[in-house]
Design a protein around this ligand. Structure first.
Ligand code: WQD
Length: 343
């Protein structure tokens, strides 16, 4: 019988791409999402790609009674936990909302796992836990730096909650995945990133500007200590990222590791600057992108890219898509949104 995986936040950006990969690998998926930052239409996109509609319940992970009922309704083999608030700026304005949402959700899941014999949880973490790295590329043993925002702090605290719970002897395993900068969309252009309002992240801002939805891009700073002066990131294709989750869940369910908690960086291993990414967009879209250099954005890291060797060796996972194909997928998705009249 197919193994059943609970995907929290499964209608969101990374969640939806992961659901596709899970279903294509033969898993049965139950999505829960409170739809606070996503849309149930995503289920149609997933269905068109995979030929199978995932089970879906509109549930808020902070609602313990609803979660209890969910664990009674289904028997889960494993969990992938994406559901969280994720806007850095908003977290500074509404810290309690971030702490309640991001911490209580995880605590509820962990509390329910042992009594329902759920063996493992894959947790969606972030390279934000490293702060400004002392050197690049950065590996999993690098020190955790004080968080620059309540959002970043929730990721650090969540990692600690998992570690403490497992070290207390709880019969649970976890794989913590630290994502670098996920970008792009499914090659079918059936699912992709759907930012609400003015995008905060770089790539949706680029594609919306390319489409004429925004007049021009702002590049936040060209006076950083980098070759072209703009910030450097490790941009990772969202489908590549999604595939790592399938490997991680299988690793836990089949007890391939003796360690109860494992941490992996998920990145390409290559740093690319904001200006380089804009150039690549212009090349693949054949659009010229209006942009201006403005002041630095508060709280930005100058440069960070992953040392992904551990994920490459231990998980047998490598980011495969080229940055050109990834940017082309983001552009196709933006064009599809225009065709559908969504944006
Ligand atoms: C990338 C670069 C900006 C917009 C954040 C989170 C991180 C992660 C992804 C989750 C920076 C520059 C951006 C624009 C610009 N996870 N930029 N003009 O800040 O690296 O990471 O999102 O949710 O945890 O911290 O990503 O895409 O916002 O910015 O010049 O209009 O692009 O200054 O250098 P970031 P980003």
């Amino acid at each position: 019988m197919a193994k059943k995986i609970l995907v929290t936040g499964g209608t969101g950006y990374i969640g939806s791409h992961t659901v596709v990969e899970l279903q294509q690998a033969g898993y049965e998926v139950v999505i829960i999402d409170n739809l606070s930052n996503s849309n149930a239409d995503v289920l149609e996109g997933i269905t068109r790609i995979t030929g199978k509609r995932p089970l879906f319940d509109k549930i808020d992970c902070t609602d313990f009674n609803a979660m209890k009922a969910l664990f009674k309704k289904y028997t889960f083999d494993g969990i992938i936990h994406f559901a969280a608030s994720k806007a850095v700026g908003e977290s500074v304005q509404k810290p309690l909302m971030y702490y309640r949402n991001n911490l209580v959700s995880l605590i509820n899941l962990l509390e329910l796992m042992p009594e329902h014999n759920v063996k493992g949880i894959v947790f969606s973490s972030s390279c934000t836990v490293y702060g400004e790295p002392d050197m690049n590329p950065i590996d999993e043993n690098a020190p955790i730096k004080p968080a620059a925002s309540p959002y970043g702090n929730t990721k650090q605290i969540n990692e600690e909650i998992i570690q403490d719970f497992i070290h207390s002897g709880a019969p649970v395993k976890s794989i913590i995945l630290r994502y670098f900068n996920p970008i792009g969309a499914h090659p079918s252009a059936e699912i992709g990133e759907l930012p609400l309002g003015v995008p905060q992240n770089l790539v949706p801002y680029i594609t919306q500007t390319g489409m004429g939805i925004r007049k021009k891009m702002s590049v936040f700073g060209n006076d950083y200590n980098t070759p072209d002066g703009s910030c450097i990131r490790d941009f990772i294709n969202v489908v590549d990222l999604a595939k790592a989750h399938v490997i991680a869940i299988e690793r836990m369910l089949e007890d391939k590791s003796d360690e109860k908690v494992e941490i992996f960086n998920l990145g390409t291993g290559t740093g690319l600057s904001v200006l380089e990414l804009i150039n690549i967009f212009e090349k693949v879209s054949e659009e010229s992108l209006p942009y201006e250099i403005v002041g630095r954005r508060e709280g930005d890291i100058e440069q960070i890219w992953a040392q992904p060797d551990k994920a490459n060796k231990v998980l047998g996972w490598t980011a495969k898509e080229t940055i050109e194909d990834t940017m082309a997928s983001a552009w196709r998705w933006q064009q599809r949104l225009r065709e559908k009249g969504t944006m």
